[in-house]
Design a protein around this ligand. Structure first.
Ligand code: CU
Length: 135
């Protein structure tokens, strides 16, 4: 009878720690679904591997990378490398349409569902290159 309050306290602690574990698990799931932000920097047309920032972009499987054009010039975010037959096959902001990064403030996004390294470039300025690393 004397120990009963101790058992109650211990049970309460056990329940509270389970709740805490559950809450932290939910937070990590939420963090994984967050978008990863990247930019095309001002003056990118004359840059190479610093045109896209950060470079490389690191993401986890299932995350979406959002590129914002912070430059005044028209750029693209195009998978692969310039001249390669598979260029633009995985993702491409393109030269026309709603995803085209025609001016400052425009955004393009792509969700990465498979781990790997994804090189990309700008079709208008092929010296602009970057990599997305998905883990
Ligand atoms: Cu460009």
């Amino acid at each position: 009878m004397v120990n009963k309050p101790i058992y109650l306290a211990a049970s309460l602690l056990a329940i509270l720690s389970l709740v805490a574990i559950g809450a932290s698990a939910n937070i990590s799931v939420f963090a994984q679904s967050d978008n990863v932000q990247a930019t095309i920097v001002p003056g990118a047309s004359t840059l190479t591997d610093t045109a896209y920032s950060p470079n490389p972009i690191e993401a986890t499987v299932g995350q979406t990378v959002v590129w914002t054009n912070d430059d005044s010039a028209f750029h693209t975010v195009t998978s692969g490398s310039a001249g390669a037959p598979d260029a633009g096959k995985t993702f491409d902001s393109g030269l026309a349409g709603p995803t085209a990064l025609t001016s400052k403030g425009k955004t393009f996004e792509h969700k990465f569902d498979t781990a790997g390294e994804y090189p990309y470039f700008c079709t208008l300025h092929p010296a602009m290159v970057g990599t997305v690393i998905v883990k």
